[in-house]
Design a protein around this ligand. Sequence first.
Ligand code: FES
Length: 105
Amino acid sequence: MPTIHVIDADGAEHIIDGDVKASLMENLCDHDLPLDADCGGSCACATCHVWLDPDWAARLPQPGLDELALLEEEPTYQPGRSRLSCQVDFKADLDGLRVTLLPRR
Ligand code: FES
């Protein structure tokens, strides 16, 4: 089963099994990691904002315009690294994906 390496806001690393039928946000929430996803994955809140390791981010399709508009309003936005985790489909070829969670608002 593909894994996701998650660094929480305190710097602790969690390695979770990834469900390839779920988004990255759903995978994180299903493992009770500290991530809000207030709109439930509708690309409307940005509370599921995460940082991907840049090498991994470059392997994913670029954010859509709606996602990018929300991200750019975030004070912690990092171009080339920030994603809304609800907009990232977790696939088997993302085995080993490294994600950093941001402090909750
Ligand atoms: S859960 Fe709201 S934008 Fe991702």
